[in-house]
Design a protein around this ligand. Structure first.
Ligand code: AMP
Length: 409
């Protein structure tokens, strides 16, 4: 199959040729014709399978073909994303795909000054990528108008519709015109979210380009059981032992991130961090340094888990397991992208066994355990099974008094 057989126009085919995209991925093959035909869509696709191009290409084409101009402060299409980093990344992809089309696109997100964003919106935009909170702020300042909005994309839709965002999403939906094309893309869809999503869509086409709640097959995943207090030592040991460069490490708390970066820096490693307490420019700078290979280790909270596309990222380390099992899939999805191989290792202590079993239940498989010599834990991590259950230790048979007496002798 080729991109041209999907009905894409020459300026887009030219850009894809320049980017060396040769064949459409499964989600692209299904989504592109449907979106070009005006359908609403609910698409489940694994991370790293090309879903951004799946919605961006047909959207660019529809907007370009119509040739209408966006009025002052108006936007013709909105793409909502959960994080600022993802907004930047999706916009970069759209700029690359649309480089031969005369469309105006932009990304807005919080944590940076709102004024340049208001200026940019003045002339109107064809596509606006936005985080929900900042889009509402812009609307309250009359900087953005939705009367011309004809297409809405919810990227990482499960998270967008999740509790954390539901009020903002509801507020925005009330502002958007009812007649529009709506596209939902996500790596994971829980059943309640599917039901909620269905209420937003008109006669949607449902695409399942990958089995639900799975990680890519080309990622080697394993865990190392370890005592909580020895995690840092173990991590440094693994770094040395495997000679890892370009490692993305996930830590539960912002404090934990800072501590690990301090330890690594003291040991002479080039490490940087991304978390919610850091100002936006510093976060983007850390990501750029990591992508450019200037920092070998990027330590992050789950802010960085979703959507970031880092070429050839070979190693993901879960220093702490995520609280939400689905985030494990998003974290490991940072490696093994676009068919490359990758590895994801989790350092698991006894306290985390419930989190581990929730992850294994979601994946419907157990992660292989590989003890690291010298780091065998004193507090054993209880065994778990692929149904997401923690197995009770078999009770030791009680010794009889006689046997005890014999043993003591
Ligand atoms: P995404 O899942 O949208 O984040 O895309 C993951 C990666 O795959 C990105 O680096 C894209 O540039 C790349 N990609 C997307 N579609 C294709 C394609 N058809 N051929 C080659 N690479 C692709």
């Amino acid at each position: 199959m080729t991109f041209s057989s999907l009905g894409l126009a020459e300026p887009l085919l030219q850009a894809l040729g320049e980017l060396d995209y040769k064949t459409p991925t499964p989600v692209q093959a299904q989504a592109i014709p449907a979106i070009l035909g005006g359908r609403d869509l609910m698409a489940a696709a694994q991370t790293g399978t090309g879903k951004t191009a799946g919605f961006a290409l047909p959207l660019l084409q529809r907007l370009a073909m119509e040739g209408t101009r966006a009025a002052s402060n108006a936007v013709r299409a909105v793409i909502l994303v959960p994080t600022r980093e993802l907004a930047v990344q999706v916009h970069e992809s759209i700029t690359a795909y649309g480089r031969h089309l005369p469309l105006r696109t932009y990304a807005v997100y919080g944590g940076v000054s709102i004024n340049p964003q208001m200026m940019k919106l003045r002339k109107g935009l064809d596509i606006l990528v936005a985080t929900p909170g900042r889009l509402l702020d812009l609307h309250s300042k009359n900087a953005v108008k939705f009367a011309q909005l004809q297409a809405l994309v919810l990227d990482e839709a499960d998270r967008m519709l999740d509790l954390g965002f539901s009020r903002e999403i509801d507020a925005l939906l009330a502002l958007f015109p009812k007649r529009r094309q709506t596209l939902l893309f996500s790596a994971t869809f829980s059943d309640p979210i599917r039901t909620l999503a269905a209420s937003l869509l008109a006669n949607p086409l449902s695409i399942d380009a990958s089995p639900r709640n799975t990680t890519a097959a080309n990622i080697k995943q394993w865990l190392v059981p370890v005592d909580k207090k020895r995690k840092t030592d173990l991590f440094v040991h693994l770094l040395k032992k495997h000679g890892w460069r370009q490692v993305l490490v996930f830590v539960k708390t912002r404090n934990g991130v800072d501590q690990l970066v301090d330890t690594l820096t003291a040991k002479g490693y080039q490490a940087d961090s991304i978390h919610g307490d850091k100002p936006q420019p510093a976060r983007l700078r850390a990501l750029d340094r990591f992508k450019a290979g200037e920092a070998d280790i990027l330590v992050a909270t789950d802010v960085a888990a979703r959507g970031l596309d880092i070429d050839d990222l070979p190693h993901v380390v879960n220093f702490d397991l995520p609280i939400v099992a689905e985030d494990y899939i998003h974290r490991t999805g940072r490696t093994g992208r676009a068919g490359a191989t990758g590895e994801a290792v989790s350092l698991v202590c006894a306290d985390e066994v419930q989190l581990l079993s929730a992850i294994e239940g979601l994946l419907k498989k157990t992660l292989s355990r590989e003890e690291e010599p010298g780091f065998e834990p004193e507090h054993r991590v209880p065994m778990t099974d692929a149904r997401g259950q923690v197995l009770k230790k078999p009770k030791k048979p009680k010794k009889s008094k006689l046997a005890k007496a014999a043993g003591a002798a």
